[in-house]
Design a protein around this ligand. Structure first.
Ligand SMILES: Nc1ncnc2c1ncn2[C@@H]1O[C@H](COP(=O)(O)OP(=O)(O)OP(=O)(O)O)[C@@H](O)[C@H]1O
Length: 455
């Protein structure tokens, strides 16, 4: 762009103005606000705004920071320029409070506060940031170690507070602006604080960027291309995280497992994102990418009938059928030696061997064991064969637990309720045939829940 400017400037100006008019029309605002410092950038912007929009509907806002001995003179100059143009002028006085972030940042904060106080809801503010500002912002943020969000520097159109912020000159270099302003015979003020190389921005502008320019004359455009790529990469990342979140909602089981059905279309990268999002969702610390890959290969890629396990935090990721779960380490099962009617109630609601057993009963006197003496809890010892109430045949407990989809790591932990040596109930899964009369009291319900996987 720079190279053709001198030879075909007028053609170039008119094409910029055509675009600018179209952009302003799209903003659908009846009043434009221009941040007018009095410098060449904002003077040119004000001029162009008044060319493309009725001047009476343009308001210049000048903030007098009171930082320069000439501040009063500048404010007067700005007011006079607005009178010449026939646009409204709002001059505001501010008290720039310098804190740890430095003078420039304090002035900027004050400016944005004043803009927010002055511009009505839904208004449009034009600022005269240009390509050199953009490049400087990029390098300053790079020097602060910014990530993608920071490095994509300034957007030409954004929302700030309750108004829209438009930077129409962002694609033009400072040299282009000066050439255009001179061509139009505009008057502006020079701010000598721009020469103070103790300020980072000025140091960059005067000492660093000229060296880049000497070697790579088109460095501004190159950096703007990178900024555009960063911005589109960031947008893609945001939309990807939205898709992953939706996918996760669809795949999260009621007991916080991640359902792995129909994964054929998923790339490894997508699976890793899903895994990452799932671990965050269930409150686990997300491990390194390398570790995520290990989990992916060992657990997700395992054969359907395998029971893989990868340790993570105070537990492990395990697979059960078509889903994976994070299972907290559980202490060795320990049962209370005996249980009476009162004890059953006593144990109700107590976190217990990784399971929570509770009696859902309004009436505190349990009628459970009428005719069921010596109630006691036991764990599976293996080989139990029983007939659940309502079934015609006995079955071995191992199969029954599979049938009831009890996860493998819980099968030796669920509490079995005995009366003497007679198995009466298996947790809250079923009551044994013949004992349901006492147990099927609708006011009593035994609930077992793996506390680690509880919602
Ligand atoms: N004193 C002022 N009064 C009103 N507008 C101002 C003033 N100073 C700057 N502006 C507006 O802000 C734009 C950016 O100014 P400058 O580059 O000095 O600010 P900055 O500190 O880089 O701001 P930003 O945080 O927005 O990048 C100017 O082009 C002008 O439109």
């Amino acid at each position: 762009m720079e190279s053709c400017l001198s030879s075909s400037s007028s053609q170039w100006y008119s094409s910029f103005l055509t675009d600018f008019k179209a952009e302003l029309a799209q903003l659908k605002s009846t009043q434009l606000y221009v941040g007018y410092s009095g410098g060449v950038d904002s003077r040119l912007l004000l001029e162009l705004a008044c060319q493309c929009f009725p001047a009476k509907q343009v308001t210049a806002i000048h903030i007098n920071h009171g930082l320069s001995a000439r501040a009063e003179e500048w404010a007067q100059h700005c007011q006079q320029q607005c009178e010449l143009l026939g646009c409204e002028f709002i001059g505001l006085q501010g008290n720039t409070v310098v804190n740890g972030a430095g003078l420039e940042a304090a002035a900027r904060t004050l400016r944005y506060e004043k803009f927010a106080e002055t511009i009505p809801e839904g208004g449009v503010l034009l600022l005269a940031h240009h390509l050199d500002d953009q490049v400087e912002t990029f390098f300053l943020r790079l020097m602060r170690g910014a990530g993608v969000h920071g490095l994509k520097a300034m957007a030409s159109l954004s929302r700030r507070d309750h108004y829209q912020l438009f930077r129409p000159l962002l694609s033009l270099s400072k040299a282009q602006l000066i050439e255009w302003a001179e061509h139009l015979g505009l008057a502006w003020i020079e701010d000598d604080s721009n020469d103070d190389v103790l300020l980072d921005r000025n140091y960059l502008r005067h000492n660093v960027l000229p060296m880049l320019e000497a070697r790579w004359p088109a460095y501004r455009q190159r950096i703007q291309s990178s900024i555009d790529l960063l911005a589109s990469g960031n947008d893609a990342a945001i939309s990807q995280s939205f898709v992953v979140e939706q996918e996760l909602q669809h795949r999260l089981s009621f007991d916080q497992g991640l359902k792995l059905v129909q994964l054929n279309d998923f790339s490894e990268a997508q699976m890793l994102s899903l895994l990452h999002a799932w671990l965050l969702k269930i409150g686990q610390q997300v491990p390194s990418k390398q570790r995520l890959k290990e989990i992916y290969r060992a657990v997700i890629h395992a054969r359907a009938d395998a029971t893989p396990e990868v340790r993570l935090g105070q537990g492990a990721i395990r697979r059960h059928g078509p889903a994976i779960y994070w299972v907290a380490d559980m202490p060795e099962p320990a049962l209370p030696p005996a249980v009476s009617e009162q004890e059953l109630q006593y144990w109700a609601g107590v976190g217990w061997v990784g399971l929570q057993v509770s009696a859902d009963k309004q009436d505190p006197t349990l009628s459970l064991q009428t005719g069921l003496p010596n109630l006691n809890w036991r764990l599976r010892s293996g080989g139990e064969v029983i007939q659940p109430a309502g079934r015609s045949k006995s079955r071995d407990l191992k199969r029954l637990l599979q049938e009831y989809r009890v996860k493998p790591w819980l099968r030796y932990r669920i509490p079995l309720l005995y009366s003497g040596d007679q198995l009466v109930a298996v947790a809250d899964l079923f009551v044994v045939q013949g004992y349901q009369a006492g147990i099927n009291d609708p006011s009593l319900r035994l609930v077992w829940k793996n506390s680690a996987n509880a919602d």
